[in-house]
Design a protein around this ligand. Structure first.
Ligand code: FNR
Length: 358
C-alpha cells in the first residue's frame, strides 16, 4: 500500500481546503484504473456534469438581521439523530481506495455522528463492518437485521449495469480482495475487457419489480428506503407500497445517462409524497451550499458518494472525517449567512431556481 500513501511533506503542501481538492489528492494517490472507476459516469457523462452544474444554477436568497450567534445543524432520519443532514452514500469496493476500506469509512461516519449506508458490494461483509464501530448503519439486504443495521436501502436503478466507458477503456479488473462479499473476482473470464459486467450479471436482478418491494417488506421489520427514484409517478408508488423513505438518485450518473440532475427533480418528488415519508437526495453534492439548496427544495438530508471515497483514498479514516466535517462546516456557515439558525428555518423562499419567476 506504499504506492497509495502520500508522504507527510506532500500532505502539508497540498492540504485540501475544500471537498473538490480531495479529488485531486485521490487522483494522485490511486492507480488510474481505480480512480476512473470511482470518478466515472455512464456514456457521455452528461448527467455526471449536470448533477454538479444544476446546483450551480440555483442561487440562495439570504435573509439578514437574524441573530445567528447559535446555529444548530442537527436533525434525525427515521428517528435516528445525526449531527447534520449529510450522510454517507453506499458505494462499492472501498478497499480499492484504502486497505481498511469500509471499516475506516464506518469509523469515520461514527466519529462524525452520521449514518453510513453500506453497499451490497462492500469489500468487508456486514458483520465485519458492524463489529468495527457503533455507528447507525443502513444496509442493502435483509441479513443486515441480525447485525444491528437500522434500515434496508433497496437500490432500484440497477436492473443492469450502466455503460461506463472509462472502465471498458481501462479494462477495469476488480482484483481479488480478501473479504469481498459475493464478488466475482479476477478468476472470472473478463473476456479481454472489464470484469464489472460479469459481476453485475451475477448480482443484479433485472426481474426486480414493485411486488418484490412488497415481499421484502413482508419479511423484515426494518424500514425500507428506495434509492433511485426520479419521478413523481414512482414516488407515489413508493408511498403506496409502504416505503419508509425515498432517495432521489441517479446512482451518481453511473447508470442512465441523460437522466435528470437529481436536484432538479427533488421538488417534484417532495410534492408527490406530501410529507408522508422523508425524501433524501444524492448526486453532485460538493459544497455546504448544495446541502442548503437541497433542504430548501424539500429534501430532509443528502448523501455524499465520491467525496467520501476521495477522502478515504487521500487520507484514510481521517480523510473521510475531514470531508464530512468540511461539508458540515460549510453548511453551518451557509445557514448563518442566509439567516437560518436551525433546519426548520430553511424554506423554499431561501433559493431561486431556473423555474422561479420574480
Ligand atoms: C456508487 N453508488 C452505489 N449505489 C448503490 O446503491 N450501491 C452501490 O453499490 C453503489 N456503488 C457505487 C460505487 C461508486 C464508485 C460510486 C461513485 C457510486 C451510487 C452512490 O450511492 C450515490 O448514489 C452516488 O455516488 C451519489 O453521487 P456523488 O455524491 O458521487 O456525486
Amino acid at each position: 500500500w506504499i504506492a497509495f500513501t502520500i508522504s507527510s511533506d506532500q500532505t502539508m503542501a497540498s492540504e485540501p481546503v475544500n471537498v473538490s481538492e480531495f479529488e485531486a489528492l485521490a487522483k494522485k494517490a490511486l492507480p488510474k484504473m481505480y480512480f476512473d472507476f470511482y470518478a466515472g459516469g455512464a456514456e457521455d457523462e452528461y448527467t455526471l456534469k449536470d448533477n454538479e452544474e444544476a446546483y450551480q444554477r440555483i442561487t440562495i436568497r439570504p435573509r439578514v438581521l437574524v441573530d445567528v450567534s447559535r446555529i444548530d445543524t442537527s436533525t434525525s432520519i427515521l428517528g435516528y439523530p445525526i449531527s447534520s443532514p449529510i450522510m454517507v452514500a453506499p458505494s462499492a469496493l472501498h478497499q480499492l481506495a484504502n486497505p481498511e476500506g469500509e471499516l475506516a469509512t464506518a469509523r469515520a461516519s461514527a466519529a462524525s455522528n452520521t449514518i453510513m449506508i453500506l453497499s451490497f458490494s462492500s469489500s468487508y461483509n456486514v458483520e465485519e463492518v458492524a463489529a468495527s464501530c457503533d455507528a447507525v448503519r443502513f444496509f442493502q439486504l435483509y441479513r443486515a437485521e441480525r447485525s444491528g443495521y437500522k434500515a434496508i436501502v433497496l437500490t432500484v436503478d440497477c436492473p443492469r449495469l450502466g455503460r461506463r466507458e472509462a472502465d471498458i477503456r481501462n479494462r477495469m479488473i476488480v482484483p481479488k480482495l480478501k473479504n469481498v462479499e459475493g464478488f466475482v473476482s479476477n478468476d472470472v473470464d473478463a473476456g479481454g475487457g472489464s470484469n464489472l459486467e460479469a459481476y453485475a450479471n451475477s448480482t443484479f436482478d433485472p426481474t426486480l419489480s414493485w411486488k418484490d418491494v412488497a415481499w421484502l417488506k413482508s419479511i423484515t421489520s426494518l424500514p425500507i428506503l428506495l434509492k433511485g427514484i426520479l419521478t413523481h409517478e414512482d414516488a407515489l408508488k413508493a408511498v403506496e407500497v409502504g416505503a419508509a423513505g425515498v432517495i432521489v438518485s441517479n446512482h451518481g450518473a453511473r447508470q442512465l445517462d441523460y437522466s435528470p440532475a437529481t436536484i432538479t427533480v427533488v421538488e417534484e418528488v417532495v410534492r408527490a409524497v406530501k410529507g408522508k415519508i422523508p425524501v433524501i437526495v444524492d448526486g453532485g453534492v460538493r459544497r455546504g451550499t448544495d446541502v442548503f439548496k437541497a433542504l430548501a427544495l424539500g429534501a430532509q438530508a443528502v448523501l455524499v458518494g465520491r467525496p467520501i471515497i476521495y477522502g478515504l483514498a487521500a487520507k484514510g479514516e481521517q480523510g473521510v472525517k475531514q470531508v464530512i466535517q468540511m461539508l458540515k462546516d460549510e453548511f453551518e456557515l451557509t445557514m448563518a449567512l442566509a439567516g437560518c439558525t436551525s433546519l426548520k428555518d430553511i424554506t423554499r423562499s431561501h433559493v431561486r431556481t431556473d423555474r422561479d419567476r420574480f
